[in-house]
Design a protein around this ligand. Sequence first.
Ligand code: TRP
Length: 333
Amino acid sequence: MTRPVILTGDRTTGPLHVGHYAGSLANRLKMQDDHEQFLLLADAQALTDNAQDPARTARNVLEVAMDYLAVGIDPARSTICLQSHLPALAELSMLYLNFVTVARLERNPTIKDEIRARGFGRDIPAGFLCYPAAQAADITGFRATVVPVGADQAPLIEQTNEIARRINAVAGAEVLPEARAVIPEAGRLPSVDGTAKMSKSGGGALRLSAAPDEIRAAVRAMFTDPGHLRIEDPGRVEGNVVFAWLDAFDPDKAEVEALKARYRAGGLGDGAIKKRLEEILQALLAPIREERARLARDPGHVTRVIREGTERARARTEATKDAVTAALGLFRL
Ligand code: TRP
């Protein structure tokens, strides 16, 4: 029996944080047994908003790979590969750019948000505007049907499927499968200060490799309900970062609901919910931190894992490129 194929990835712009864990790593871990999983270190896509600092995207390839391995991605079951070393993906990207309009790219909600967040103004790098076509190449290049990602990525999967349908229509055959995004129910994890989503570069994030005192400090600083001044006052759960994180990380959902009810009614202090969250985070992150430290002492091993994964991925993506150019009827020499 063939397992459904997963392709997902991360830009190599910095080490991953607990938002990535809640957003997609936990799903990837859960799915690695009954799926054929490919994890893409998206160093080429990372260049689309880091062209001034290519060394950053290179430096973080091993960081992200170590994060994958440390959370429990098993290279015997999942394939970790490097985007810039898979030329078929670049070739498919160029082809796909002919099946999408500039207006459609500009309307993509993820792209719109990111353009605003990065303050590009009118000076949008062309590679950045076009990266949804490259992401379509990533997903379809592996013939993936399942894409575990954070909610912010959903419009990119939609655009991937549009491109796949156009290619199939021109080819007159189902040469590319459509894919579906797998998004966590809890929604996006808010940053520690409650202002935004966590970014790899910005504040408000908690790295997967955070030390115990960093975990403690992050939970202490966490935004709750500024109107909840005394323990006996009723408190707000909506917009309260501690509860958002409990929703994401506390395995005892019934207990979290009971705590929310007590907090709303009054009589439950911020100290108590923060203590619970800190214990959960310390227990979650301790083994990850230890495994990561072990991997950091053996970068040669991590590099070998990526090299072997990239070889496997190369064969697969080349086959897709050949299938697409053949189905489109391009001239063959
Ligand atoms: N866009 C993703 C990010 O910003 C990275 C990525 C590249 C990706 N290619 C992908 C995600 C394919 C899912 C599928 O981190």
